[in-house]
Structures are given as structure tokens and as C-alpha cells.
Write a protein that binds this ligand. Structure first.
Ligand SMILES: NC(=O)c1ccc[n+]([C@@H]2O[C@H](COP(=O)([O-])OP(=O)(O)OC[C@H]3O[C@@H](n4cnc5c(N)ncnc54)[C@H](O)[C@@H]3O)[C@@H](O)[C@H]2O)c1
Length: 553
């Protein structure tokens, strides 16, 4: 077994790692030392001479050279990482899977004091206000460190830490249930978020325990149950949980008021109490309906979202929008109800049909266009494999990185504007591609196009409108178009009439004072504009319907 130590500079990874390795007659590997010995230069020299990106590339190589995780049940290697190594999702994918991970945590004042005494120069801290810098680094990296299996804090002397770690690792290693790998864990104002691979049952059990639940009330639907729910139930039973089931219809049919009434009556029969969490296992439709059930039953009970589709993992489970449809329109009745926790297990996506995966990437392109350059590049290089659900896209961590980046981008936007009240920015920016996207989705009767497919059409149209309005540089529009081409999205003409699409556009919820607010791409993000000429919109809609490719190429 490999043990990986993570934490801020000054947290004692080298000193503690060395002692722990010595105690188990295990090898000790310090990744920073390896880089220094292979290059013949100090980390500070590499940072100064070549810059941080070159150092990060060396760090990635050093992680790759570790090879596969040691499968022996005894501790064979202890690996100390550089403080920033785990910021890159691919590094975490390589380092955390199959290994036991430890976060060495400490108060910024203590870490700063240690760094002052240390002979090693830490480039990201040197020459700055050390306590402030460490606090800042800590805030930005906590979610990556907190994914570790063991959170070690509160002891200041080395011997005590090593003793405590030893106990806790022995306890972990004695548990033979497959634990999966947590990759990110964050406490946020919109719920605790855990992202990982193979974590669903274990992480859900931990959340239920944290909420003081006595039993697990699982709300699901037949499709998600077959693909994911039954496995999760087995994992919960192995951990001693008593299970209750509430089953909703599959797909959009779950989002009906009469379905919510039937489910609420089922909860009443189960004598569900106000403190008892519901667990929503399924895609966006199930999550919206179960979330609304949780928002309204007994005027609100906690809900844990366990999203099982890519749409749900990167979008619908995050942000607290719950609701059902009416015959007059989609999502017309609903409530904001933030989940207590969101457990995102990318392993659950392996059974998702290709069309579902590909369509959801329409939303991922939108998140990238909002300003995540790395996500853009990732979709350009690895998107086609992800869209096909290729095993290597899962095995190499591409899917996990897309999920993590999109999910976190949504968290950032929603935390800044939970109730969509900032007119010029905030949550409305998530509607990029959704104005004409919703209009064609409605024209298709919510049958022939999946939501993400419709958003892809809307994105092309938004880029075209942006170019005409002078806010989207033509090369940005071309890049968005080329990425959608590569992903095979929004490339077919659509058989709907311009008049019908325009009629749906007229009922868009983003109208304020008679003007539709358009979210349009800029060179590296988006702007919101309410002064787009009808002729510009007409041209974009016509071109979208005629050829799909509404953006100039
Ligand atoms: N609340 C929000 O912020 C928000 C955001 C975006 C979308 N939505 C809503 O989400 C819904 C669309 O979500 P969706 O695309 O996840 O639809 P969905 O929930 O209907 O799931 C799609 C299909 O996939 C099946 N499925 C679920 N998990 C599976 C798995 N792991 N393997 C194989 N099949 C699986 C389901 O049984 C279903 O047939 C819409 O109702 C939309 O309005 C809500």
C-alpha cells in the first residue's frame, strides 16, 4: 500500500513522511526532492529560471514515474507531495486512486513559523506576507486536500502525529470494503460536495451519518435504479443501513405534481420526519422532482443528491433549483431548496448511453465558454472520447476532470448569486446558449432534442449574435463552432419553422421590461446584453435552423 501525504507548505509532509516510512520499513519518496535530483536544481531555481508551468510539468512527470499503486496490504511506500501538486485534477486522479491519502493540516500561524525556520525556499510563499499567503493558498486548495482519507490536525509534535496517523491508517487498512477514491470534498454555502470515483455508497453513508439519519430513504426511478441505485443500496446495507424506497416514474414523467403527491403520501406512510433526509438517486428529472418533494414535504426536509447522469453531475444537482412541469410549460412550479450534500460519483456514468453523454457536453462547452480555458482545451483534445463513453476516457480521468471543472464552475457562479438576482452577471450567465436553445427544445416538443443538444444549437446562435453585435471576436465564435463540430453537436438542420421558434423565444423567462437579456460570449467570458436588434436574432435563428452551424466558421 502507498500512503500519500498532502498539505500546505510547512505542514510537515517530509518530516512526518520520513518517520512514518521508517516505522513501517517502507520506502520514502519526496516528489520535490526527486525533481531536484533529476534536474540538478532547487525548486526555487526552477521556479525562478523557467517559471511555474515548467515546474508543474516536471511534477506531473514525477507523479507518472511513481507507476501503479502498490497493491500490498502493508504500507510499502510513503509519498510526500509538493503543496500544489494536487491542484491539477489529473495529478489527483493519478495520486489518489488505489492509495491511502492523508491531509496534514495546521493553523496558518504555525505553518508560517515553521517556514520561517526552514532552510528551504518555498517559491509561492517566499518574500510575501507568510500568514496571509498561507491562508489564501489554504482557502484555494482546501477542497483538494480535504478529499484525503485521513484529516490530521491539532497535534503539533512529530511523534504524536505519527502515532495518531499510524492508528488511523491501521483502522482504514483493516476495512476490506471497496472504498473508492474521493477527488474533491468541499463545504459550500450550497451544500457539501464530494466528487470521486466509486464513492457513492461510502460517501452517502457518511453523509447520512453526519445528518443523524436512522435509515436511508432512497428516492429513485427504474432506469437510474437499475444502473446505479441497486448497487448503492447493497453498499449501504453492507454498512448496516436500513433502507426505504420511494419510486418515481422514469424520465420527465417524474416531474408532475400528481407524482409528487403520490410520493409525499408514501413518505407519510413511512412516517418520515422533518429531520430525515431523502436521498435522490437519478438524473436531472429525478433530482428536480425529488428535490421538490424534499422542499415541500413537511415544509422542507433535507435532501442528499446522488446524480447519476452527466447532466445531473455537472449541472442540475447543483444550485438548489427544484421543480415540476405543468401542461403549460416546463419547470413552472418549483422552489429553491439547497441539498445538504451532493455525492458525485463519476463511476456511475459508465452505463450512460452515448447520446446522453454527448448531449451533456453541450452544457460543458457552455461552462468552458464562461471562462475556463483549461476546460476548453480539455474538451478540444479529449471531448470526442468522452462523448463516446470510451473506457479510456473514464480510466485516464478525463471524465472526472470534466465533471469536477464544470461542477465547480457552477458552484462558483451559484454561490455568488444564489437566487439569480444580479442582473448584469452571476447566475444568469449560466443561461448562455439557453435562449434559442430553449426555443428549439420547445419547438421539438421536448421529445426530439435532448436539453444539451438544444443548448449546443443555442451556443452557435449566441456566438453568431455576439459577432454581429460586436462583442464576440470572430475567432472566438469560430473556436466555439469548431469544438461543437468536433463533439458532433448541433450539426444537423432542424425541421422547425422560424415562426414557432420565435414564438417560444417570446415566452423566455429572461425577459425584463419587454427586452430579452442575451448572454453572449466575449474573448474569454460572457456579457449580458438587452439591446439586441430583432433582425440579428432572426438571422441567427434562420441560420441555426437551416444548417445547424449558426456560428460563422
Ligand atoms: N435543476 C436544474 O438546475 C436543472 C439544470 C439542467 C437540467 N435540469 C432538468 O434535468 C432534466 C434532464 O436531466 P437528465 O438528462 O439527467 O434526464 P433524466 O433524469 O430523465 O435521465 C435520462 C435517462 O437516463 C437514465 N439514467 C439515469 N442514470 C443512468 C445511468 N447511470 N446509466 C444509464 N441510464 C441512466 C434515466 O433513467 C433516464 O431514462 C430535465 O428535466 C431538465 O429540466 C434541471
Amino acid at each position: 500500500m502507498d500512503v500519500v501525504l498532502v498539505g500546505l507548505p510547512g505542514s510537515g509532509k517530509s518530516v512526518i513522511g520520513r518517520r512514518l516510512a521508517h516505522r513501517h520499513a517502507a520506502a520514502f519518496i519526496d516528489l520535490d526532492e526527486r525533481i531536484e535530483s533529476s534536474t540538478g536544481r532547487s525548486i526555487a531555481e526552477i521556479f525562478e529560471g523557467d517559471g511555474e508551468p515548467v515546474f508543474r510539468a516536471l511534477e506531473r512527470d514525477a507523479i507518472a514515474e511513481l507507476g501503479p499503486a502498490d497493491p500490498d496490504p502493508e504500507i510499502r511506500r510513503v509519498i510526500a507531495t509538493g503543496g500544489g501538486a494536487v491542484v491539477d485534477p489529473r495529478n489527483r486522479w493519478s495520486l489518489y486512486r488505489g492509495r491511502r491519502t492523508v491531509w496534514l493540516d495546521g493553523r496558518p500561524e504555525v505553518l508560517a513559523q515553521r517556514l520561517r525556520r526552514s532552510p528551504h525556499v518555498r517559491p509561492l510563499v517566499a518574500g510575501r506576507d507568510p500568514i496571509g499567503t498561507i491562508r489564501d493558498l489554504g482557502a484555494r486548495r482546501a477542497r483538494f486536500y480535504a478529499a484525503a482519507d485521513v484529516h490530521q490536525s491539532g497535534i503539533s509534535e512529530v511523534q504524536g502525529i505519527v502515532d495518531s496517523l499510524d492508528d488511523r491508517l491501521a483502522h482504514l487498512l483493516a476495512d476490506e470494503r471497496p472504498a473508492g477514491t474521493a477527488l474533491l470534498r468541499a463545504e459550500t454555502p450550497i451544500g457539501r460536495i464530494v466528487v470521486g470515483d466509486g464513492i457513492a455508497a461510502g460517501a452517502l453513508a457518511a453523509e447520512l451519518e453526519a445528518l443523524g439519519a436512522q435509515r436511508a430513504i432512497l428516492v429513485s426511478e427504474p432506469g437510474a435504479w437499475e444502473a446505479a441505485g441497486a448497487r448503492i443500496e447493497t453498499g449501504l446495507r453492507e454498512r448496516g443501513w436500513e433502507i426505504e424506497h420511494v419510486t418515481l416514474p422514469q424520465g420527465e414523467a417524474a416531474k408532475r405534481l400528481d407524482v409528487v403527491e403520490t410520493a409525499a403520501r408514501e413518505l407519510a406512510r413511512l412516517r418520515a420526519e422533518r429531520s430525515e433526509p431523502l436521498v435522490a438517486i437519478g438524473g436531472g428529472a429525478l433530482g428536480d422532482a425529488a428535490g421538490f418533494l424534499a422542499a415541500t414535504y413537511l415544509r422542507g426536509v433535507p435532501v442528499i443528491q446522488v446524480p447519476t447522469t452527466l447532466v445531473a453531475q455537472i449541472d442540475s444537482s447543483i444550485g438548489g433549483k427544484t421543480g415540476v412541469d405543468l401542461p403549460e410549460g416546463k419547470n413552472l412550479v418549483g422552489a429553491f431548496h439547497q441539498p445538504a450534500a451532493i455525492v458525485i460519483d463519476v463511476d456511475l456514468l459508465r452505463t450512460l448511453p452515448e447520446r446522453q453523454l454527448r448531449a451533456a457536453l453541450g452544457e460543458a462547452v457552455k461552462m468552458a465558454t464562461l471562462g475556463d480555458e483549461r476546460l476548453f482545451e480539455l474538451l478540444e483534445t479529449d471531448g470526442p472520447l468522452i462523448a463516446r463513453g470510451h473506457p479510456s476516457a473514464f480510466g485516464r480521468g478525463y471524465v472526472a476532470e470534466v465533471v469536477e471543472r464544470c461542477a465547480w464552475a457552477k458552484v462558483d457562479v451559484v454561490v455568488a448569486d444564489e437566487r439569480e438576482r444580479r442582473p448584469g452577471g452571476g447566475r444568469i450567465t449560466l443561461n448562455l446558449g439557453h435562449s434559442l436553445g430553449h426555443a428549439v427544445e420547445a419547438a421539438a416538443g421536448y421529445r426530439d432534442l435532448l436539453h444539451g443538444e438544444a443548448v449546443a444549437y443555442g451556443l452557435r446562435a449566441a456566438a453568431r449574435i455576439g459577432v454581429e453585435a460586436g462583442v464576440t471576436p470572430p475567432e472566438r465564435a469560430a473556436r466555439i463552432g469548431a469544438l461543437l463540430d468536433r463533439l458532433g453537436l448541433a450539426i444537423e438542420p432542424l425541421p422547425y419553422s422560424l415562426e414557432v421558434v420565435k414564438a417560444h423565444l417570446a415566452t423566455d423567462k429572461k425577459h425584463v421590461g419587454g427586452h430579452l437579456r442575451w448572454v453572449l460570449p466575449t474573448a474569454d467570458g460572457v456579457v449580458v446584453r438587452d439591446d439586441i436588434e430583432p433582425g440579428v436574432v432572426d438571422r441567427a435563428a434562420t441560420s441555426l435552423l437551416a444548417a445547424g452551424a449558426g456560428a460563422p466558421r
